[in-house]
Design a protein around this ligand. Sequence first.
Ligand SMILES: Nc1ncnc2c1ncn2[C@@H]1O[C@H](COP(=O)(O)OP(=O)(O)OP(=O)(O)O)[C@@H](O)[C@H]1O
Ligand SMILES: [Mg+2]
Length: 394
Amino acid sequence: MRAELNPYSPGSGLTPPYLVGRENEIEMFDLIVARSRRRLHSRGIVLHGLRGVGKTVLLNRFREQAERADWFIIELEGRSSELGNEAVRQKLGRSLLLASRKLQRTKHATTAVRHALRTVKSFSLSLGVASIDIGLEALPGRADSGQIEIDFEEVVEDLAPALMETSTAFALFIDEMQDIDPELIIALLAAQHRAGQKGWPFYIFGAGLPSLPSVLSEARSYAERLFNYREIGALDPAAAFEALTVPATRQGASFESGAAEDIVHAANGYPYFLQTYGQASWEIASERTISREDAAAAVIDGNASLDMGFFPARWDRATPAERQYLRAMSIDGDRGTRTADVAVRLETRATSLSPARQSLIDKGIIYMPERGRVSFTVPNMAAFIQRQYEIDIE
Ligand SMILES: Nc1ncnc2c1ncn2[C@@H]1O[C@H](COP(=O)(O)OP(=O)(O)OP(=O)(O)O)[C@@H](O)[C@H]1O
Ligand SMILES: [Mg+2]
């Protein structure tokens, strides 16, 4: 079919042609906005799950809803390196100033808000961001101690109540949140904690890998109570069917009976795979009806493109020693492996494998679902690794 009409969107954070299966989370977010308008506080939301399930897409959706409600919005993305920590702080400082500028052009820029923006200015200066002018002077003695935990809390303390007067709110949207460094995480959690106690409209909405809830609890034990934690996973068969068929129908095409079911089955409900196979089936089909043969060919073509992009995006970042580790894990498929078994398979002691394991965790390729166990963060990664080697390790 015509390539320019292909509705599918495999790719990181790309809004799908039809967003299904996330109604509960979207409603939950709407409720926070509605309550906030009535000056009632709610917990923020933390989305966690494997790679490619649609966490970023959902977080973006939340952000759009917040934009419609005229909220003061900051977006951050965690980075897993030392250099990244500094970059994230710069981004925080710059985003605060840019959002401040925008806010000043709206009806929400009351005297109290303008006063609070001076605290924002102080804070940004203390993060070393001086290049953005907001037409207001920094407020001496406010948010300028140089200790991010104290300073950020003062920003929230000044800005959120001022925003409440005009029924808006302050929200931080943080993707790849597991990669935010502990110092900043603690500062953010402390501010969220205080805002909850005081009823200030300040909310954090985070998304990240399955390890994110434990990363937050380790930073502050009260983190468990600060958020609504939502595991984002594969779509159930009915939602996956809709995610696949509705975009085609809208473009005047359809799936032959059984064809969409075959793709849903092959994708196991994983959004990224659905988009990949959907795209391939559109490319392959010569008629406006996608046949079962087209669907079967699309799964083969789709797998080939996943093997060239989605999986290598992680695999290529692993060192030879780390690949050995991943390969030893892959024997167990996607269900996870005991770290002790990895050591046995590699004929070494578990302690000598700790650096490789930690590095793979830092790179976001694996995570520890519980003590002594490791799992892939990428669905179907095990099968991909097995395909990389002709002969089995055992
Ligand atoms: N509810 C959905 N229905 C259909 N497709 C979806 C849905 N959510 C996301 N997708 C598609 O899935 C793919 C992955 O989405 P996204 O990048 O948001 O995943 P992610 O969980 O953030 O992954 P990562 O952990 O790698 O950042 C995109 O191609 C997107 O269009
Ligand atoms: Mg993402």
